[in-house]
Design a protein around this ligand. Structure first.
Ligand code: CIR
Length: 277
């Protein structure tokens, strides 16, 4: 179902300018059973995570997003990390095939939620692709070649989006889960980066801001308009961003971080027309 005030694609009424939507999914009570790759397992408090997630959703709303929250999935521990399941561009929603098989059942409900807003394409076997590996800069999609996203997945994505005018560039990543663990956009032409995990040369022509040396996990940030939603756990890097004049909105996502998540992974932000009256 489309959100109130947002027509489905079949909607016949006149529309005004676009509204910004954020698809989220409430925290699963089984979050502690999440996948972990580069992080040691420590106790996770799913109730605390849910409280933190509510504050994250409020930050999305304050940044101008209309929320589209999906209900929690008790049997899918990682399902709060909706970013990994779909890539939404202006022209198409690409339903991804996450690199962790435990996450495949997450896709159908997200596909249903996005279908009113976009044509839907699908990444299929043998491809794997996590949304955490896709960093969009204008019409370029940098895609992490990681344990989660393979060559077949990247090739399938290219086949879908190249005809739409997107340039898909594979980027090797080492030492972390996703490309967006290592590099994200913090202003329209500025990338926050941990150069230990990704070669800065891939982002030639863009301004590069380095994470603080004591905060290797600090490169993940969610830019919405001019607001930057950012984990409270990286105060030194936050100071560097604020000194650069960036409007940083800190949120405590410590329980999601124990599950190897961060701020980009808990939402899919996109635009859709809003109803005129
Ligand atoms: C996983 O390993 O799939 C989850 N525990 C964490 C996914 C985080 N996703 C993201 O940063 N895009």
């Amino acid at each position: 179902m489309p959100a109130a005030g947002v027509p489905g694609r079949e909607g016949a009424r006149s529309t005004t300018g676009p509204m910004r939507l954020a698809l989220t999914r409430r925290v699963s009570p089984s979050l502690a059973g999440c996948e972990l790759t580069f992080r040691a397992r420590t106790p996770i408090d799913a109730e605390r995570a849910a409280t933190q997630h509510e504050a994250y959703e409020r930050a999305l709303a304050q940044a101008g997003c209309h929320l589209l929250p999906l209900p929690a999935e008790p049997d899918l521990p990682d399902s709060v990390f909706v970013e990994d399941v779909a890539l939404v561009l202006e022209e198409v929603a690409v339903i991804l095939r996450p690199g962790a098989a435990s996450r495949w059942p997450e896709t159908l409900s997200v596909a249903h939620a996005l279908a009113p807003y976009r044509d839907v394409a699908v990444i299929g076997e043998p491809g794997t692709l996590d949304g955490g590996d896709v960093l969009r800069v204008g019409r370029t999609l940098f895609v992490g070649a990681t344990g989660r996203s393979n060559g077949a997945g990247i090739a399938q994505l290219r086949a879908v989006v190249a005809p739409l005018g997107y340039d898909v560039r594979a980027v090797p990543v080492t030492g972390c889960l996703h490309l967006k663990s290592a590099a994200t956009l913090v202003a329209p032409d500025a990338v926050l980066i941990n150069r230990l995990w990704v070669d800065a040369g891939y982002f030639a022509g863009l301004e590069l801001l380095d994470v603080h040396a004591e905060e290797p996990d600090a490169a993940n940030a969610l830019l919405i308009g001019s607001a930057l939603i950012y984990a409270a756990s990286h105060p030194r890097t936050r100071g560097l961003l604020e000194a650069r004049g960036i409007d940083v909105r800190a949120v405590d996502v410590s329980e999601m971080e124990k599950a190897e998540g961060a701020v980009t992974c808990c939402s899919i932000v996109f635009e859709a027309p809003s109803i005129a009256s």
